[in-house]
Unconditional design. Structure first.
Lengths: 179, 986
């Protein structure tokens, strides 16, 4: 650069045959049309570390985003449940069961969801925990809904109805004399 | 599991919360119900054959029915069922167009239009005292008078115009001393009517009365030193015959010139041999009378000189008809002689007794028993000779018409007097059906369904719609003789008053078999009648090879101490099993015990008049089973006359008084004595012993639980003050008090007592699960009321902790003893009900899950289904949201009568006496059988058929849809494959 400057100072013009600039942003001349710069980071360890850091950053950011995604779902579910009302019919049962099923299937696929963001540098535990907690929250919401619909055996009546009536010890018969 | 139950319960609740309208469509009539019309045992018949086109016979029966029957086929043209207290005394035909009936001990005279049975007029005859009812309809009165009919009733002779029922005149015989008129005679062509009777049992009187104004023309009397047994029988215009009080002397009374000549003849002189229990038969044959003794019937001719000549002696089982006048003053009568599986009908002419005018032998099913009555009628053949048709009434109350040696038609009118009903399963279908049958069935099935499909798609023509309807009504499925999956096909076993057992198929109501029970046949020594019908053997697990059987308990004799007749009948074949003979003891109670022996025979306890218990079946095994359980077996008796409820325990040890090892002594444990000056028992009701209760908990609003007090040992007793035990209106509201009790029958503990001031009976009640519903009359409100009492167990009420219930720490399944005296609470409510009621019953289902319907037999002889939710004591004026969700209805003062909920829809079960409900195997469905003079059967589903597709579900349409969908899937799959391929080639 110094050389160039000196040259710039003494000479009107110069043609530089060496390409010293690494990134197009530092160059004041745009690349010719059709030219694509081939990055050659592989051999540049500093650059690659930087890049990896950025990627890890990005991954963890993404993981948090994914982890927070069920929250929106939760809100929507809540709204749907509120809309469905508290009487048992097809719609409310459908919504409640999907509210129960979604978190369940999400929890089953926790590993899969966070697979793309797996990185030794990224701590996925916290987003995973958040994800699980939010899904559990969704499930609780579903359970709560199920309860408000009266479909959970939380009352004495649910346990008593299936019990057979008690046997009687004595037996008695009779009545008015036949005639 | 609990969730599933909850879900199903919720679904059930949803189905139930739709207000029930259980009406059926017009084209569904006869689809699962049937209705049979009967008339009962004929006691009098009048032929009407004037118009050649419509030959008919008018009959009156012991079920108080008057009916006009088609003589060609035996069908009912019209029929009227008079009330239970309106006993038909006499019938006749007047002027060839009116049927005149005299009923209610001669106090009601009615005229009915002969062709259509419309009532023309009705007259109420008042008399000073009750007496025999006699009716004379003059055939052709020569006197110029408004064609009267003469009625003797209430100790008065009435002449009534048969045009409009107006009184013409009345002659009171009560003023003439206490005469008991036996005969009313209208000599042909005269203008006098003769009343012949006995005063004070030893004076013979005849009165001649002017038919124009009722004036007394002549009175003749003579003393009868020997008294009179039975009735005085007219022989001819001035001759009468009577039997003296000792039944050994015949008295011939001849009236000559106002003097009565008596001539006495010893019966033993006429009949050489024994002459015990002599009676004069009431057959009116001119110049001849017939006498029946214990071994024969004798025809005796009275000669003009007043001599008695024995003409013929016949067997005592011979039945003699009344005389039938033929042309030229000839008279004929018929004799029926019963032979082995055939009957001999002979018609004789009165003036020529020596030979049979006509003799016919008719094959007769021996299950019909003996001939009880015969009525003959003649017709003129083409060759101008007389032909005869005979209407005969058999021992089993069936009615047959014989003509030209053949049975033209039969009517099983014994079914009009059903005493008791039970049901039996049909045999299990045999595996292995021939291929041809299957193919045929498959073809028929397909054809039927294609027709139905057409009907659904509205493509069917009128003829096809008719064919669809026909297929639906006569589906061979429903009348098969094998058990079905849903338990709709069963045998209804009916015990009739005649001692005959019938098995009817529930599918179409046809008679599968019928048996005249030999052990219940009335002989001349004793009168037997059936009392109860119980299931004896219901093979389920162990004895599947055995056929199910029923136990018939009867009584031979009229008093409570008469010996018992027992019979066990195979329910598949109707054969009486020889395993049980007549019992020596009497029977006042039959208690089916909840125990079975290894052959699945149900143990029964028969209580005799001396309060001894007799165990059946009489096998050591049964005795062993009973000995084990005897200390927990109790029985109670309701003595309504004395107003006492008594409870007894069975002593399992034998004492010297009881000889047999199957007979047990009982001891009195408790008595509930109702004060006789203020309470009189008018109704008791218990739970059906075979009722199944699904759960002891009643879930109320907010998921709360109440525990029902479900005890089979509970009896509902209703008492009224003695003044109010008469008909409605006989007591003022202040005098009449209705008290209802719920009594535990093991300990005699009164669980609940409630007083209805100003109310009176009749009380009709039904007890089921933990509730009782009863119907009575409220004198203050001038309306009928229905009340409900629900009884709950307080001793279990604290079982409300969910966790304790989950881990099983509760006392809900521990056996209960009545001696633990559980605390109970009751809830009750009353409602007005517009109908008066004949009988109340309740639907019953296999598992007791389905909600219940009350089946109310109304005074109009229909059966009304009323949802139990209408009689729920928790109803309130403004139910909360939670209560509404529970299905509780807002309280109304009157129970609604929804016209669509009559289960009998357009039919009437005339003379309704009972409604029997039997659970089907399908939980939603209950089989209902209502009986009276008519029989009616249907199925009801109180919560709709939530567990099955309807019978007319279109399987073809479903199949077609599935096939179409599959085809569509294939076509679209092929198309998409092709498109993919083209896409790739591009």
């Amino acid at each position: 650069m110094e050389k160039g400057k000196g040259v710039m100072g003494s000479r009107k013009w110069a043609v530089e045959f060496t390409d010293s600039s690494a990134t197009p942003s530092t160059r004041d001349i745009p690349d010719p049309p059709g030219f694509t710069r081939v990055p050659h980071d592989q051999d540049d360890s500093v650059l690659s570390r930087q890049k990896k850091d950025a990627e890890a950053n990005w991954k963890s950011q993404k993981a948090w985003e994914v982890a927070q995604a069920p929250f929106k779902n939760l809100l929507m579910m809540g709204f749907m449940m509120w809309m469905a009302g508290s009487t048992v019919h097809l719609f409310s049962i459908g919504i409640t069961f999907s509210a129960l099923w979604q978190p369940l299937s999400a929890l089953q696929g926790v590993g899969k969801v966070f697979q793309p963001y797996k990185d030794p540098k990224v701590d996925l535990l916290a987003p995973k925990l958040l994800y699980i907690a939010l899904n559990l929250g969704g499930m609780l919401l579903g359970l709560w809904k199920l309860n408000t619909l009266g479909l959970l055996p939380t009352h004495a009546s649910d346990w008593v109805s299936s019990l057979p009536p008690a046997r009687e010890v004595e037996y008695s018969g009779g009545g008015i004399a036949l005639h | 599991m609990a969730m599933a139950i909850k879900l199903s319960l919720l679904l059930l609740f949803f189905l139930a919360s739709i207000l029930p309208t259980f009406s059926i469509f017009q084209d569904q009539v006869g689809f699962m119900d049937w209705h049979q019309r009967y008339i009962g045992k004929v006691k009098d018949a009048v032929f009407h054959t004037q118009k050649a086109g419509r030959k008919r016979v008018v009959v009156s029966t012991e079920e108080n029915v008057i009916a006009s029957l088609d003589l060609r086929r035996g069908e009912i043209f019209w029929r009227h069922v008079l009330g239970a207290n309106d006993v038909v005394d006499k019938i006749d035909i007047a002027l060839g167009k009116y049927v005149i009936t005299l009923s209610s001990e001669g106090s009601i005279l009615r005229a009915w239009n002969l062709p259509d049975g419309q009532m023309v007029w009705e007259s109420f005859l008042s008399g000073s005292k009750s007496s025999k009812a006699l009716l004379v309809v003059p055939a052709n009165l020569k006197v110029d008078l408004d064609s009267p009919v003469f009625v003797y009733s209430g100790a008065s002779l009435h002449a009534i115009s048969n045009i409009d029922g107006e009184y013409l005149w009345k002659k009171d015989f009560a003023t003439e001393g206490s005469i008991d008129v036996h005969q009313l005679i209208l000599p042909g062509g005269n203008d006098v009517v003769h009343a012949v009777g006995v005063t004070g049992s030893s004076q013979f009187d005849t009165y001649e009365i002017d038919v124009k104004n009722g004036g007394l023309l002549k009175h003749t009397s003579a003393s009868l030193p020997g008294g009179v047994y039975g009735e005085i029988l007219p022989i001819s215009g001035d001759r009468f015959v009577a039997l003296d009080a000792s039944r050994s002397v015949l008295v011939l009374l001849t009236i000559q010139n106002g003097q009565v000549h008596l001539e006495q003849t010893h019966v033993s002189d006429l009949i050489h041999g024994s002459s015990v229990n002599t009676v004069i038969l009431p057959s009116k044959l001119s110049g001849i009378f017939s006498l029946r003794t214990d071994d024969c019937i004798v025809f005796i001719k009275v000669t003009n000189e007043g001599k008695l000549n024995v003409m013929e002696k016949v067997d005592k089982m011979v039945v003699v008809s009344d005389a039938l006048s033929l042309s030229e003053g000839e008279q004929a009568f018929a004799l029926v002689q019963h032979g082995d599986s055939k009957i001999e009908l002979s018609v004789r002419l009165v003036h020529d007794m020596s030979s049979n005018h006509l003799k016919e032998t008719v094959k007769m099913d021996h299950e019909r028993g003996f001939v009880h009555k015969i009525f003959i009628n003649n017709y003129v053949r083409t060759d101008r000779s007389h032909g005869f048709r005979a209407l005969i009434v058999m021992e089993d109350h069936s009615l047959l018409l014989l003509q030209q040696g053949e049975i033209v038609w039969t009517r099983d009118d014994g079914l009009a007097s059903v005493i008791d009903v039970t049901t039996s399963e049909l045999p299990v279908e045999k595996i292995g059906v021939s291929v041809a049958k299957v193919e045929h069935n498959l073809f028929e099935w397909l054809k039927g369904h294609m027709l139905k499909l057409k009907g659904t798609l509205m493509l069917a023509t009128l003829d096809e719609i008719e064919a669809i309807q026909k297929i639906r009504l006569q589906s061979s499925e429903k009348s098969k003789m094998t058990r079905d999956h849903n338990g709709f096909r069963r045998l209804l076993i009916l015990l009739t008053r005649a001692g005959k057992l019938y098995a009817l198929h529930t599918g179409d109501g046809r008679i599968v078999w019928s048996t005249l029970l030999q052990s219940l046949r009335t002989t001349s020594q004793q009168q037997c009648s059936g009392l109860k019908l119980h299931q004896w053997q219901v093979p389920h697990h162990h004895a599947l090879d055995n056929n199910p059987s029923v136990l018939v308990v009867g009584r031979c004799g009229l008093s409570l101490t008469s010996p018992t007749a027992l019979s066990i009948v195979d329910a598949y074949t109707g054969k009486e099993l020889p395993t049980m003979g007549p019992a020596q003891h009497s029977t006042v109670q039959v208690i089916p015990l909840p125990f079975r022996d290894s052959t699945e025979q149900q143990l029964h306890l028969l209580i005799d008049a001396d309060k001894h218990a007799h165990l059946y079946p009489r096998t050591p095994e049964a005795a062993r089973i009973f000995q084990r359980e005897a200390e927990n077996v109790y029985w109670y008796s309701v003595e309504s006359e004395a107003g006492i409820l008594r409870g007894y325990g069975v002593k399992s040890t034998h004492s010297s008084n009881v000889p047999d090892e199957y007979d047990f002594e009982t001891r009195n444990l408790w008595s509930v004595v109702f004060p006789s000056e203020s309470e009189k028992i008018i109704a008791t009701v218990t739970r059906k012993p075979n009722e199944v209760v699904h759960t002891q908990a009643k879930v109320i609003a907010d998921e709360d639980v109440m525990y029902k007090y479900i005890s089979k040992n509970m009896v509902f007793v209703a008492t009224v003050s003695p003044k109010a035990s008469g008909p409605i209106g006989s007591a003022t509201p202040d005098e009449s008090v209705l008290v209802v009790y719920l009594v535990d029958t093991v300990t005699g503990r009164i669980l609940h007592r409630m007083t209805h001031l100003g109310s009176q009976g009749p009380v009709h009640a039904v007890l089921s699960e933990n509730w009782v519903v009863y119907h009575y009359f409220n004198l203050r409100a001038h309306r009928y009321e229905i009340s409900v009492i629900e009884i709950y167990d307080q001793s279990r009420a604290e079982n409300k902790d969910v966790f304790k219930l989950i881990v099983g720490k509760h006392n809900l399944t521990t056996p209960v003893s009545s001696y633990s005296r559980p605390e109970v609470t009751t809830k009750s409510q009353s409602y007005f009900f517009t109908h008066s009621v004949k009988v109340i019953s309740v639907s019953s289902t296999a598992k007791g899950i389905t909600s219940k319907h009350l089946l109310i037999g109304t005074i109009g002889d229909q059966v009304l289904a009323l949802d139990k939710r209408f009689v729920d004591p928790r109803r309130s004026l403004n139910p909360t949201q939670a209560e509404k969700e529970e299905g509780l209805l807002p309280l109304t003062d009157t129970l609604p009568i929804i016209p669509q909920s009559y289960v009998t829809h357009a039919f009437k079960v005339e003379g309704l006496r009972g409604i029997e409900t039997v659970p089907a195997k399908l939980e939603s469905t209950s089989l209902v059988f209502a009986y009276g003079v008519d029989l009616f059967y249907t199925r009801i589903a109180p919560s709709r058929t939530y567990d099955s597709l309807t019978e007319d579900f279109n399987y073809a349409l479903l199949l077609l849809t599935i096939v179409a969908l599959v085809v569509a899937i294939f076509v679209t799959w092929v198309l998409s494959e092709r498109k993919d391929l083209q896409e790739k080639w591009r």
